[in-house]
Design a protein around this ligand. Structure first.
Ligand SMILES: C[S@@+](CC[C@H](N)C(=O)[O-])C[C@H]1O[C@@H](n2cnc3c(N)ncnc32)[C@H](O)[C@@H]1O
Length: 210
């Protein structure tokens, strides 16, 4: 398996600058900013969550690398009221708090670098694009293992870990996570076919602890 090439998207400086701009846009004309991998991806994940008997409206749900928090906003709209958003960018958390406040949604946000550990344990941990960003940093491999260990510690024994990636395929994720997690399910996403090979633009997979 090849490593991804280092990129600016793997640095905190990039995200801080980007969220500073998004705060200005939100203040200016109420635009919450980018929905990474599109609204359909969010919708598919939330529809999947809604079908799970093991996830209740009171389950403790963490979105790691929550950015503007729009995934949690959509979850809250669907009645999931015990949610938490964490991001290492203070600017992202400021933006997410402003968006939730404007709608009167009670979502707890805090600054946290997943590579430095997680406070507390959660029934569901969701990641959309954060593992991807971490995979674009220097010291990629080392960071990926730290990330997995910290997600593992932060998940209850029966908890579910939902990850959406556009950089890794399902098989690559399964291979990378195998020491800590086993595959539970995959959320089907649109497929494309190129040169006889069938692929997905985004991959959403669900794991539980080994
Ligand atoms: C591609 S964006 C996705 C944002 C959000 N999950 C979404 O789907 O809109 C990646 C996010 O991961 C955050 N991030 C990257 N590395 C992180 C780390 N080590 N700890 C916490 N957050 C991190 C970035 O600040 C950014 O908000």
């Amino acid at each position: 398996m090849d490593e991804l090439q280092e990129s600016a998207l793997g640095t905190q400086e990039y995200w801080d600058n980007r969220y500073k701009e998004e705060i200005a846009n939100f203040e200016d004309h109420g635009d919450p900013g980018e929905i990474w991998f599109g609204e359909d991806t969010v919708e598919r994940t939330i529809e999947w969550i809604k079908k799970q008997e093991s996830i209740s409206k009171n389950s403790k749900i963490l979105d790691i690398g929550c950015g503007n928090g729009m995934f949690l906003v959509e979850l809250f709209t669907q009645g999931y009221v015990n949610s938490f958003g964490m991001d290492y960018s203070e600017d992202a958390i400021e933006l997410a708090k402003s968006i939730a406040q404007k709608r009167n949604f009670k979502i707890e946000y805090s600054v946290c670098n997943i590579l430095e550990g997680l406070e507390g344990q959660f029934d569901v941990i969701h990641d959309k694009g954060t593992y991807d960003a971490i995979s674009l940093n220097a010291n990629i491999k080392e960071h990926r293992v730290t990330y997995l260990k910290n997600i593992f510690k932060g998940l209850t024994d029966t908890g579910l870990f939902i990850i959406t990636s556009c950089n890794w395929t399902k098989n690559e994720l399964v291979e990378q996570f195998t020491d800590y997690f086993e595959l539970v399910n995959e959320i089907p996403s649109p497929q494309f076919k190129f040169g006889g090979q069938v692929g997905n633009t985004v991959t959403s997979v669900i794991y539980r602890k080994r």
